[in-house]
Structures are given as C-alpha cells and as structure tokens.
Design a protein around this ligand. Structure first.
Ligand SMILES: Cc1cc2nc3c(=O)[nH]c(=O)nc-3n(C[C@H](O)[C@H](O)[C@H](O)COP(=O)(O)OP(=O)(O)OC[C@H]3O[C@@H](n4cnc5c(N)ncnc54)[C@H](O)[C@@H]3O)c2cc1C
Length: 523
C-alpha cells in the first residue's frame, strides 16, 4: 500500500532541514510517510543559485517573521527570514556546513539526554555528508548532502584568512572535526554550482517512491488525538481543510517558530496561557515556546580602494573564524563571518566598494519565548528572543567587534585592498561607545533554537528520544529541540536531529520496518 494524503504510517509536518532527512530515512526503511509542507515547490531559480540568496528574503519562500520590539537592542523589531518552501530554511540559508563543537553534544548528553554525546552523533554526522575531500575517521562521503571544501575562494576571502592570522588567530584545517577554534574557509552545501538544500539532497532522489507522499501548500492547523495518542493532523490548503491519519506516529518538524505554535494550538503548552486563548488544555507543558535563543551578528564595515567582486556559484561567505573572548571557556563564544559587501543598515551610508566582518555571538546567555496571540493558526505570533537582555552577551560582542576591527587593520587588508573602517567608525573609541554600536546594530545570525527543549526536567517538552512528554505517538524533530544552541551554524545539527528521529522511530517499530521491507520487495 502506498502513502496517500488520507493516511500513512508516519505523518511529518514540515519539509525543512530535519523533516526532509527524517522522511527520507523512514521511507528507506520501509515506512509509508506523508510529508506536509506549508510552502510550495522549490522552483524559484534564486534557491539553486548560491549567489542570489539575498533575493529570497521577503520573497514568497520567506515566512518573514518580526520579533516584538527588543528593549535591549534599540527597541528594534528584528526581521527573521525562515524558509517556507520544500527544504525549509536550508533552501534560504548561507550554505555553510558546520557541525558545531564536540562539547556541544556532550553538554546535551550531560543534561540527561542519553544518545546525544559527540561519540554517539559522530557516525550520524558522517553518514549525512558527501565531503568532496573523501572519507576519514571524522568525515563522511557518499551521504545525501554534498559538501564542497575544495574550491578557489574569491580573493577577498584569501586576504581575510591571512588578516586573521596576522591578528593572532591560527588556521584550523577542519572546523568540522569537533574543535572549532581558528580561521578557515567555509565548507559549503553546494554541488556543481547549485545549492544542496535538504530537499535536494534527501527528497529529490526518492521523489517517485510510492512510500512517500509530499503535499505542498499544506498548512498544519492542529494535531488530532484519540485518547492520549496522536493519530493525525488537520491541515488546510487553498482555504479547504483536510486530515491525514497517522497509523504509527506524527512528527512535528515545523522549526523553532512553528513547532511550538502547532503544539500550543493542539492543547500542549502552558495551561494558563492556553485557557486565556480559549484552547482546551491537553497537557500542561509550560516549557513550550520558552528557552528561545539565537546567535547574533554585529557588523564591522570597511570601505576598499577597489571593487571586491565575488563568484555567483559560491556562497558569499567563504571564510570565518572561531575565537574565545576569555580564558576558561570550553568552546569559542565568537564566530566572525566575512562578507564581500559593505552591509549598511538603514540610516548608514558609505562607499559602494567594501567588505564586512560580522562579529558573531555563538554562546548567547539571553533566553526569550514565543507566545500565541490568539487561537487562529494564522494570527501573528508574539516572538520575543530577549535579544541582549544579559549584559554578558553585549560584552562578548564588544570583544568580537574589537577583534574584527583589529583584523581590518592587518596588512593583508590595508595593503592590497586599502581597507578603512566605516562602521562603527574611528570616532567610536570607548567600550561604552562600542556597547551602543552593538545594541544599535545586532541582528539575527538565523540560528533560532530551543522552543521545544529536549530534557528530563519538568520544563522539558520532549525526552531524549524526541517523544513529547505526556502524550503518545507524537515527537518533535527539528532545531526547536536543542537544549542549547550549537557553537556554529545550525543546518547540519538540524539535519542530524531528523536523522536521529528516524533512528528512534525505526527502533521503536521494528515489526513495521520488517513488514515494510517485505512490502517493498514484492513485485
Ligand atoms: C537566512 C538564513 C541563513 C542561514 N544560514 C545558515 C548557514 O549558512 N549554515 C547553517 O548551518 N545554517 C544556516 N541557517 C540556519 C539553518 O538553515 C536552520 O537552523 C535549519 O534549516 C533549521 O531546520 P529546521 O528543520 O529546524 O527548520 P526549517 O528548515 O525552517 O523547516 C521547517 C519547515 O516546516 C514548514 N512548516 C512550518 N509550519 C508548518 C505548518 N504549520 N504546516 C506545514 N509545514 C510547516 C516550514 O515551511 C519549513 O519548510 C540559516 C537560516 C536562515 C533563515
């Protein structure tokens, strides 16, 4: 029997980084899967062309969220682009492939999440990737996601790597080894000049498989229950409502913003808040929507004496560095990203030729939350990440800005490129003035996580096998389950979460997996 929009073994909500990996692995193991995606097909040519990623912001494929005004960040509302299309945010992202630090996963395991230590996840990271440099004890080849590491970076990025070394930052030959520290050229999810989204890598090869039904423009409105078991999903398309039955499980992979919304609309959340919106409480889970956190970027902008230039078939981010602002940290707290354009913000002006060293905070302490504003699935969300609420985040970013400024005065950038700082600008000298620059310009690094946190305590939403506490037949698998964000970009960790979710489902239903295989073997 094939999967149909009416029913399947597993219904996955959201075809993003995690959802695509999860659906693929379940189908490979003989389960019938329906994948519901709110967005459309990934046919916009700007998705495939790496150099055109900026054109996807505010396009049809962008959910284009805005936070509420952030009092510690100049009262600004921050724009959060997220993918609403097959591939999810992996179809919109900067294509940097980064696992994070070994210590990130050991920390998750330390919090009571068995099976998530670096030793546990390393084989899964290896099976996900197809590194052009080939297989090794730490790296994988032959997996669904092609990783480009052997390319000729544009000249400005060669200079950035040299400038970092001149500033005292050593080269790291492979920041995906579990140890991040140092400066490197980025490894990119690009094959033959085309983006490798999770949809491209995981779904495209099985597009015609009878065990998989992908329904695009299907917006899940709520989860359906029989007793305490989740047995299906109600969704809408073009104004019409439909349901899909799940014979085994429902897995929510709608991302850090939408997964908590779908849980809350289905009666899983903070009981008092749900009642305030007239939603029947199924399980009082006060952790849903909390623990929201994100990496941040602060621009340090330089003008150059000549045009910088860049290749359209590569990501515009071809080098970055990881660095510790103080001794005693177990992992770097800064990831500085290098861009080949002056990234002026509204109200800024300067010469057209230049580059930007984005000072990135990757161990944020501030935590916020996402709340419903009503029971309507399309109501605007109250998204409050509490950006820079903790002074420690500001101090780390000030140190990161100082590092980027120093890099901009290194010979490799001042010589050949005649680099000169435009922002914060030479008039900004004291630490207080730098704090003001941080608060006025900090923006998202696009790595929101944590709103359906994995753990064993009473604020956790899912357990270590990603099962939602208090119900049966329901898991969450996406970046929202991270107890704490990884110390780098979050696409690879989100895909890892999808891969592991598939392992958990198949381990829990070995009988079905065996039956599915014999079904597939029949002529
Ligand atoms: C602009 C940008 C740049 C980034 N750059 C990088 C980078 O260079 N490297 C990196 O590693 N990471 C990067 N990231 C982050 C990374 O892409 C994300 O962390 C990752 O894709 C998150 O995966 P996910 O599965 O949690 O969610 P997503 O990939 O966002 O998937 C969620 C999916 O669920 C769908 N959905 C939501 N609600 C519903 C519903 N109710 N019904 C049906 N479907 C629904 C969405 O449309 C979406 O397709 C970037 C992100 C952005 C937005």
């Amino acid at each position: 029997m094939a999967a149909t929009p009416d029913g399947a073994d597993v219904v996955v909500v959201g075809a993003g980084s995690a959802g695509c990996a999860l659906a693929r692995r379940l189908v490979d193991r003989g389960l019938r899967v329906v994948l519901l995606e709110a967005g459309g097909a990934d046919t916009n040519p700007d998705i495939a062309t790496p150099g055109r990623l900026a054109y996807l912001w505010h396009a049809e494929e962008d959910w284009a969220y805005h936070t509420v005004a952030q009092p510690h960040a100049g009262d600004r509302r921050l724009h959060w682009p997220r993918g609403r299309v097959l591939g999810g945010s992996s179809a919109l992202n900067g294509m940097i492939w980064a696992r994070g630090a070994a210590a990130d996963y050991d920390h998750w395991a330390y919090l009571g999440n068995d099976g998530w230590s670096w030793a546990d996840v390393l084989p899964v990271h290896r099976r996900m990737e197809d590194l052009d440099a080939g297989r090794s004890a730490l790296r994988g080849a032959g997996g669904p996601i092609h990783v480009l590491s052997r390319y000729r970076p544009d000249p400005i990025f060669e200079s950035c790597v040299k400038a970092a070394q001149e500033t005292g930052v050593p080269v790291n030959p492979d920041y995906n080894s579990g140890e991040l520290d140092g400066v490197s050229h980025t490894q990119l999810t690009i094959r033959d000049g085309r983006r490798q989204s999770a949809a491209e890598g995981y779904l495209r090869p099985i597009a015609d498989h009878p065990g998989l039904t992908v329904v695009t423009r299907a917006h899940a409105r709520r989860l359906l229950f029989t007793g305490d078991r989740c047995t299906g999903v109600e969704w809408e398309r073009d104004g019409r409502t439909a349901t899909t039955r799940a014979d085994v499980e429902v897995i929510v992979s709608a991302g850090t913003v939408e997964s908590p919304r779908l849980l809350m609309l289905s009666g899983l959340g903070d009981a008092a808040e749900l009642r305030r919106h007239g939603i029947d409480v199924r399980v009082d889970l006060p952790g849903v929507g909390r623990n929201l956190h994100d990496h941040l970027l602060v621009p340090v902008i330089f003008g150059t004496g000549r045009p910088v230039g860049r290749s359209p078939e590569l990501s515009p981010m071809q080098s970055h560095l990881f660095w510790r602002t103080r001794s005693g940290l177990p992992v770097p707290d800064v990831q500085a990203l290098h861009f080949p354009v002056p990234m002026y913000q509204p109200g800024m002006s300067g010469p057209p030729d230049g580059f930007t060293l984005q000072a990135g905070l990757v161990r944020p302490v501030s935590r916020g939350r996402i709340r419903l504003t009503g029971a309507d699935p399309h109501a605007e969300l109250d998204i409050d990440p509490a950006t820079l609420a903790c002074a420690q985040d500001v101090e780390a970013l000030v140190d990161a800005v100082i590092l980027c400024r120093e890099m901009g005065t290194a010979p490799s950038l001042t010589g050949e490129w005649a680099a000169r700082e435009i922002y914060p600008g030479p008039q900004v000298r004291t630490r207080d003035e730098l704090r003001a620059h941080v608060r006025a310009t900090a923006g998202t690094f696009h790595h929101q996580v944590g709103t359906c946190r994995m753990g064993a305590d009473d604020r956790a939403v899912v357990d270590a096998r990603l099962r939602v506490h208090g119900v049966r037949g329901l898991r969450v698998a996406d970046a929202s389950v991270m107890p704490a964000v990884t110390t780098a970009n979050t696409n690879a960790p989100a895909i890892l979460i999808g891969e592991l979710a598939a392992d958990f489902v198949t381990a829990d239903h070995t009988d079905l997996v065996a039956a599915g295989h014999s079904r597939q073997e029949q002529p």
